[in-house]
Design a binder for this molecule. Structure first.
Ligand code: GLA
Length: 364
């Protein structure tokens, strides 16, 4: 009796599994569904936006495909806090309002970075470098003001962005934050953000997070923070990737290693460049091609397919995947690192039409 009810249960389970597998594979990509619908059982799908992209055709595309946004620049310290006693809220407010109206989540980006910082931040009225106490007080006031303004409307914050050095021989980046505060600024930023909004999920965010040597240094930092009971919830892998990297094995290993600390993970700035990764800015070389050939498009589609297969496999670890920009009409990679060299890193083309890569991402 026992055995048979057990096998009936097993059979029912098998039938259910076959049923649900059938359902998934019979999903037909259609024009009216969006990325967020295909991925509703996996994770929210987000996109980085500026004010120019929340209207017109791009605005419609955002509403169809995404259920989360990240302000591309509007909440960075330079733009939002240009002078010590002046905040500029207009752009950030407009993005948060758009999100509220359209029921989109918002990831706040970012509270502390070495780039796009305002001029006044590290200097006193005489132009001399400020002390650690003054800088931490400024950081505290900045974080309290910005985080509290959007409390309940922003569910996650990139608290510290890119604190690890580019040079593999070094640990933390030799930024002004580091020069003035030593490594304390990192823990302090998380503490202030947690105090300002205890509900917000707090992230450390960085790039090249899958390269083994950088992965080890990021892991070391995250472990230190966890061991010291700093209120950090998650790590953001920016995902500024290319046709060359990361490999599937590198990506899986990175996800495993970060998750082993009990942290959640998000892909926060995804794009797949058609060029190998470079860091230093330079001019386009005479004759350097920026043609988007069918071969490159095909390779890119295969790369996106692999990434999303891995993301689905890690749905218990990944709590979001966000693209950096909406369509190939505009990407920050059009000017960086090579000025004037067009890039085609996203799922939608310059006319907001889905590319080959898009169909690979939604076909599973
Ligand atoms: C980094 C930052 C982002 C953005 C990109 C380029 O990845 O985290 O805010 O500036 O560079 O746009």
């Amino acid at each position: 009796m026992k055995t048979s009810s057990f096998s009936i249960r097993k059979l029912t389970l098998a039938a259910l599994l076959v049923g649900s597998a059938g359902l998934v594979s019979s999903q037909r990509p259609t024009a009216d569904k969006g990325l967020k619908d295909y991925y509703k059982n996996y994770f929210p799908v987000g996109v980085a936006v500026g004010r120019q992209s929340i209207q017109g055709a791009e605005g419609e595309l955002i509403k169809q495909h995404f259920n989360s946004i990240t302000p591309e620049n509007a909440m960075k310290m330079g733009p939002i806090h240009p002078e010590e006693n002046r905040y500029f809220w207009t752009d950030a407010d407009a993005l948060v309002d758009f999100a509220q109206k359209n029921k989109l989540r918002v990831r706040g980006h970012n509270l502390l970075w070495h780039e796009q910082t305002p001029k006044w931040l590290f200097k006193d009225a005489q132009g001399k470098q400020v002390s650690k106490e003054v800088l931490l007080q400024r950081l505290h006031d900045h974080i309290f003001t910005v985080v509290k303004r959007y409390k309940g409307k922003i569910y996650a914050w990139d608290v510290v962005n890119e604190a690890i050095a580019d040079n593999p021989q070094e640990f933390l980046r030799n930024s002004e934050w580091y020069q003035i505060c030593g490594e304390d600024f990192i823990a302090k930023a998380f503490e202030y953000a947690h105090e300002a909004d205890p509900q917000a999920q707090l992230f450390y965010n960085d790039y090249n997070t899958e390269r083994p040597e950088k992965r080890e240094r990021i892991f070391k930092l995250l472990k230190k923070l966890k061991d010291a009971k700093v209120p950090i919830d998650a790590v953001g892998l920016q995902g500024h990737w290319s046709l060359q990297e990361p490999t599937e094995a590198e990506l899986r290993q990175a996800l495993d290693q970060y998750a082993s600390l009990g942290l959640k993970v998000q892909i926060t700035e995804l794009d797949v460049s058609i060029y190998p990764w470079e860091k230093e800015r330079r001019a386009k070389r005479p004759g350097e091609s920026d043609a988007y050939t069918p071969e490159l498009e095909q390779k890119q589609a295969a790369q996106y397919k692999m990434f999303f297969k891995v993301f689905r496999d890690y749905k218990n670890v990944l709590t979001g995947v966000t693209f950096w920009n909406v369509s190939d009409k505009y990407s920050w990679l059009d000017t960086y690192p090579v000025a004037g060299r067009k890039n085609y890193p996203l799922l939608f083309d310059q006319n907001q039409q889905p590319k080959k890569a898009y169909w690979e991402v939604v076909k599973f």
